[in-house]
Design a protein around this ligand. Sequence first.
Ligand SMILES: [Zn+2]
Length: 271
Amino acid sequence: MRSGFTLVEVLVVVGVIAALAAILFPVFSSARESARKAQCLSHLRQVSQAFLLYAQDADESFPYRITDYHHWGGAGIGESWPPQIIPPWTAQVEPYFVNRSLLACPSTRRDWSWPLWAGRWGALNPGGPWLAYCGYRGYGSAIGFPHWDCFTSFGYNEAISNGLDETHLLARFKAPSQFVLLGDSEVAWFTPWGRGEIWGLTPSGVVQRLAFSEKFPPPMETDPEASKETRHGGGSQIAFCDGHVRWEIWFRIRRWSYGGPWRFHPEDDAF
Ligand SMILES: [Zn+2]
């Protein structure tokens, strides 16, 4: 009787284990990602409900704030000087949800360097927090309101926050269930204009900050690897003005005016 295993037997066993691991690890990691995706949907739903509750208490208006998108950064200070100090949207809707952990998507891999950078920028410019709107982590402390400092991985539609054509008013929406309010986003707001610009739309009208929320500058939409720069397996969670949330694949996060299924801008909502 021999004892122990031959080298061939050991190699076969090791090979089988390696093959099983190779098959199962992607299954485990995709199961973990689907759990995070579901958790993100739940967070986003609660945050969008907070927007609707806010609107009920504010004469049917979503949080409003002119950001003067002509300024570099899309986050200036409106028409007044000295600038108006308006709380960021996170602070405006905060009374309507349980806690700030809801403002984070569990899947993001991004380090939120924009807000830190913007906060520094604001601090360096005593004349006014030019980039106030994106300074969600550092903005508050830069201007003496540290309780406004806040991390979020969701973005608010800049067309609504700017009240373009009074779109911040609930009564102005023709199709609130098709108009995108919030979503997984690269920064704390997303900009549904600027075709061909890295901060705006792709040439075909995809809203890049929502679609490619894990990368700035975003990939070319013709890049076969583009879907790797998305947050949830090729797409993002998006919330609509009636409070419902859905996952959408990146190339369908496209403006109605450019042949897409969803509305992002008053021009999309004219039909
Ligand atoms: Zn998410």
